[in-house]
Design a protein around this ligand. Structure first.
Ligand SMILES: NC(=O)c1ccc[n+]([C@@H]2O[C@H](COP(=O)([O-])OP(=O)(O)OC[C@H]3O[C@@H](n4cnc5c(N)ncnc54)[C@H](OP(=O)(O)O)[C@@H]3O)[C@@H](O)[C@H]2O)c1
Length: 244
């Protein structure tokens, strides 16, 4: 039987790199994407060397609609099906609501939400076809706890992630009867490059391990079409259940 195929955005570092690694280890074929080609190619060589399977790399900026469409098309050209679409690429940016620049809000929204909308829409016929052939196809977005509960300095980032979570939830209401199901995974702080600047406030050891986020994403790919998991909050140990 042909291996399942996943498209993972933001796959070259952090959470996305661990998702790509775990999927490759589980026998998946992959399309991996990020803006910089070098790290993607090095990662692909590593994954193929360690696990076999196929890895297609497609450099793409999630802020560019042309890139997003080309990424979807490149994936289908290579595999002609999609068992899992992992919407992981994202931009972080914090600042007080009072003077957060609207232009930066637009950029966050384009990268964190609009790209996910365009990519999913473009791949939806293939997701439906794959679900028809194999029972299910998954859309899994790496969203954020700041989109579940408001948090100081996160008005724009949190709003973009709340919208991403909402996209997943609504997609389920329209598509899950046909086997295409979506989940927004919503972690608090995860120890990656994105949170390196926060190390003086929360030590990386106190943050969620990126491997645990990757593990959950891979577990979601294993679920059958009998269940819909709209979103999953993930929080750090301690007294604040809903704080990143
Ligand atoms: N770290 C956290 O605390 C945390 C918590 C909750 C949710 N998240 C979410 O988890 C996801 C992954 O975050 P991470 O912490 O693993 O980040 P990371 O370590 O900074 O990695 C980000 C990945 O996305 C790619 N990327 C960044 N901007 C991009 C763009 N405009 N277009 C295409 N690819 C882009 C990066 O590669 P290039 O730079 O080469 O493009 C890299 O592969 C994000 O959506 C983030 O919002 C993170």
């Amino acid at each position: 039987m042909t291996a399942p195929a996943a498209l993972v955005t933001g796959a070259s570092r952090g959470i996305g790199a661990l998702i790509a690694d775990r999927l490759a280890a589980a026998g998946w074929d992959l399309t991996t994407s990020a803006r910089s080609a070098g790290p993607l190619d090095e990662q692909a060589a590593r994954l193929v060397g360690s696990h076999g399977g196929r890895v297609r790399t497609v450099p793409a900026d999630m802020g560019s609609e042309d890139d997003v469409v080309a990424l979807a098309d490149a994936h289908l050209e290579t595999y002609d099906r999609i068992d899992a679409l992992v919407l992981n690429a994202g931009m972080g940016s914090i600042g007080p609501f009072a003077d957060f620049p609207a232009r930066r809000f637009d950029k966050l929204y384009a990268i964190n939400v609009r790209s996910a909308f365009v990519l999913t829409q473009r791949l939806l016929p293939a997701l439906r076809r794959t679900a028809g052939d194999r029972g299910t196809a998954k859309v899994i977005a790496v969203s954020s706890l700041t989109g579940v509960a408001g948090e100081p300095l996160n008005s724009a980032y949190g709003a973009s992630k709340a919208a991403l979570t909402s996209l997943c939830e609504t997609l389920n209401t329209e598509e899950s009867s046909g086997g295409v199901t979506a989940t927004a995974v919503c972690p608090g702080y995860v120890a990656t490059d994105m949170t390196a600047g926060l190390a003086d406030q929360v030590s990386p050891e106190a943050m969620i391990d990126a491997a645990d986020v990757a593990e959950l994403v891979v577990a979601l790919t294993r679920l059958s079409r009998s269940v819909v998991v709209p979103h999953v909050p993930m929080t750090r140990p301690g007294p604040h259940l809903w704080r990143a």
